[in-house]
Design a protein around this ligand. Sequence first.
Ligand code: SAM
Length: 454
Amino acid sequence: MKKNEIYDFEVIDNGMNFEGIAKKDDMVVFIPGAIITEKVRGKIIKVNKNYAIAKVDEILKKASFRETPFCEVFKTCGGCDAQNITYDMQLILKRNMVKSVLDKLNVEYEILENTIGMGLPLYYRNKVQYPIREENGVSKIGFYKKRSHSIVSNECCYIQNRVIDMLAKDIFSSFIKHGFKGYNEATNDGDIRHILIRRGLHTKEIMVVIVVNKEELFEDLKILDIAKEFARKNENIKSFVLNLNTSNTNEILGSKTKVIFGSEYITDVIGNYRYFISAKSFFQVNTLQAEVLYQTLKEKLCLTGKEILFDLYSGVGSIGIFLSDKVKEVYGIEIEPDAVHMANLNIKENNVENAEYIAGSVEEKIVEFKNRNIKPDVIVVDPPRKGLDEKSIEYILDFGPKEIGYVSCNPATLARDLKLLSSNYNIKSVTPVDMFPHTSNVECVTVLQLKENM
Ligand SMILES: C[S@@+](CC[C@H](N)C(=O)[O-])C[C@H]1O[C@@H](n2cnc3c(N)ncnc32)[C@H](O)[C@@H]1O
């Protein structure tokens, strides 16, 4: 198989980024945009030792669940990668994706549920984060183009809440009108790197975060005027924050933050609980599905009210607080101090008297609970995409809780960690929950039970 050769492919599966997968001459060929059951004609654009990549030239047999993408920048924008597939089929493919990574590592489980989808899978994101870049002397707002850092501008993003999508663009225009410039990655120059806006779905409260490239902008009176003007026009803007990021990395937020108008947080509601959220704390971006996720976990765990529960990678304490009425005590660990500050406010706000949150990394802090002789009956983990580290897994196995709830946003690291945990645990159920419709991302709630002889 050589570059530029043209072949016909039978698409036998869709991969982790929803790219089509075919086999040819003992090679796996990835074909972005092709869908399982289709026959496509494609040109080889890259050949590696074990796989090749092809670009679709022509669809010879179209899948019945191929959909016309509703977004005009679908082909170029790096945001959504599944709009060309009907929503029902996206849910099936997400379950298939989880099944194939579990099967690949021979992870045994009792039930893999169907993916729980959204009734209206549009405008669901409660947080927009637009990069602002200067390209050829022009400042632009938009998302990154696929596999690049150049900006694709859009009129409307159909997965963002409309209010904050439009607000981000209005704020951008105002900054440009006042003479500020977008960040230039090549020269590390410019003023504004990102506009990030969060909105409480149920409270409608809005937080605006402007990520700036120069510390002196923290004192800029023009920015203060812009903030006040927007807050006058929109009474739901409760917080206007500047964040400084001068690093040359892909991180959006830097470490320094200054509130220039209003409060340091906004609030939103999940189930019966109200949560304080700050600029730097993690909060699920799909509020409606977060409730489905947490409720699924609550129902799948066998909680009797007598358990000691660890909420690891706890963010603002959302899971532990959500489960607090079903257990005796909650102990949480979270690395971001700001989020722990919010978790402690959240305990008070919700009159939760049986929870304690500490700041630090799970791998370093979990031993504190052991030293205090606190023995968990249930451990819930919700790590970032890289999953659990070996040290934390050793601690968890050593604690030996009767149940583990594993919330994961990355099926590959979930499968790897489940394989290790399954030495002592049976995997009772895996439930994919669609937190990110029209993208290939999938979240899973997995419940594990201690084996009888352990
Ligand atoms: C996927 S979020 C989950 C947050 C929370 N459970 C929720 O549902 O909103 C993962 C969280 O883990 C935190 N984190 C990342 N690495 C960590 C570590 N090594 N130890 C403790 N927390 C960590 C992040 O700051 C983030 O808040």
